[in-house]
Design a protein around this ligand. Structure first.
Ligand code: ADP
Ligand code: MG
Length: 390
């Protein structure tokens, strides 16, 4: 498990922190992380007691995941927010005294001891007619684009941090067949491109259009997301460039609906239809009934505990230049968090603000997806009002 060679960009190779490579408690690193103003969830929850309990345990799933691997990001990078990852669905319960408190701390108000957090069927939960609030005219005018995605993993494979080059390639092969089965006259029809077959120019054009993951994220690299890069990585883009799937960025699938402007309901409706089409397509090709990895308590299983539950992040890119100048990004993020949302930079997580701010729901669990979209709309309306005051 330790020291596997990742491949193409040594700067973003998987590096295991020294003490973890020896399976020793990283006390120096975690003590330092805990002394920070906002310690990562990893540093808070991986106490010496938790470490002792699990240090020789391997998960019962296909990844044979270990606590050392699970916490590598948080130990390597004390400035992580979450800082831990699962290698398979079983990790979440096999390391329950670690992961459950992380989950409850991130998804405030959700308890692993209570029953299932999922209410209603997926189509009820993702019904765009249930969105009961609109963007104000002022907010609408300031919105450059809208994007809503769900993270999904396929039940027949380990999660990618615990996978191999072969499992990643099998996921991509399966998805290529699913995409080939989308009827040519469907709104979702498009083209699947593999990273191994793309030119650098094609890849950069997709990144610049916000259609593709950037890769090369130091925190993600430490989780194992980038291992065997770029094998098994790909992107599906429909002809209108409004329905996108990322294959094996971190999670097996990121199913994305996006378009210019602020028609949030239309974006959500397309996401709902597209997610169902992908689920039906995988079922038809694989013959597996329950194609998405679903945990009985929290729902969709993802590599990072922040995404579990609905796996949904709905965002708008909003132009609030005066507000950025007056109070700065960190303060905007704080105001968003008070409203169950978060702010990100102009090109995604861990990126700088160039002009636009990415505002999205912070919660992912315990609420139906349409209510999470409502959180985001309310927050965008709030930021627009603040901008107008200046
Ligand atoms: P995710 O939560 O899907 O992993 P990231 O923060 O990693 O999102 O961003 C992924 C990409 O999606 C980036 O290129 C980012 O700029 C783009 N993106 C996010 N929200 C929007 C939006 N509302 N409009 C256009 N692009 C967006
Ligand atoms: Mg991301």
């Amino acid at each position: 498990m330790f020291g596997k060679k990742a491949g193409f960009d040594p700067d973003f190779d998987l590096k295991i922190e020294e003490s973890l490579a020896k399976n020793q408690y990283p006390s120096e690193k975690l003590d330092a992380a805990r002394a920070m103003e906002n310690p990562s969830l990893c540093a808070q929850m991986c106490t010496p007691e938790v470490w002792e309990k699990y240090k020789d345990v391997t998960s019962s799933g296909p990844a044979k995941w270990t606590l050392a691997r699970a916490i590598n990001t948080g130990v390597t990078y004390p400035d992580s927010f979450v800082g831990c990852h699962a290698g398979d669905m079983e990790s979440y319960d096999d390391f329950a005294d670690f992961f459950h408190p992380v989950i409850e701390a991130y998804h405030k108000g959700f308890s692993m001891k209570e029953g299932s957090s999922l209410t209603g069927t997926p189509s009820e939960r993702m019904d765009s007619d249930k969105i009961n609030i609109d963007l104000t005219d002022s907010a609408h005018d300031k919105i450059a684009s809208t994007r809503i995605r769900v993270a999904r993993n396929l039940s027949m494979f380990p999660l990618n941090p615990g996978g191999t080059r072969e499992t990643r390639e099998e996921v991509a092969d399966l998805m290529a067949k699913v995409y080939a089965g989308i009827p040519a006259d469907s709104d979702l029809a498009g083209e699947f491109s593999l990273h191994t077959k793309m030119t650098d120019e094609q890849r950069q054009a997709l990144i610049d259009g916000h259609f593709l993951f950037r890769g090369k994220d130091r925190m993600q690299a430490a989780s194992g997301y980038h291992e065997h890069w770029p094998h098994g990585r790909g992107v599906y883009v429909n002809n209108d460039k409004t329905f996108i799937n990322w294959v094996n960025e971190g999670d097996h699938l990121r199913i994305i609906s996006m378009e210019m402007g602020g028609d949030v309901k239309a974006v959500f409706a397309r996401l709902s239809a597209g997610t169902k089409a992908i689920e039906d397509g995988v079922r038809a090709i694989s013959g597996v009934e329950d194609v998405f990895m679903m945990h009985p308590k929290f729902g969709a299983v993802t590599c990072c505990p922040s995404n579990i539950g609905t796996g949904m992040r709905g965002s708008v890119h909003i132009m609030v230049p005066k507000l950025i100048k007056a109070i700065g990004f960190d303060e905007i993020d704080r105001l968003c968090r008070e409203r169950n949302c978060q702010a990100r930079g102009s090109t995604g997580e861990h990126s700088e603000v160039v002009d636009r701010i990415d505002v999205s729901n912070w919660r992912r669990i315990g609420l139906p997806e349409y209510e999470l979209v409502e959180d985001m709309i309310k927050c965008a309306n709030f930021l627009a009002t603040e901008e107008d005051k200046l």
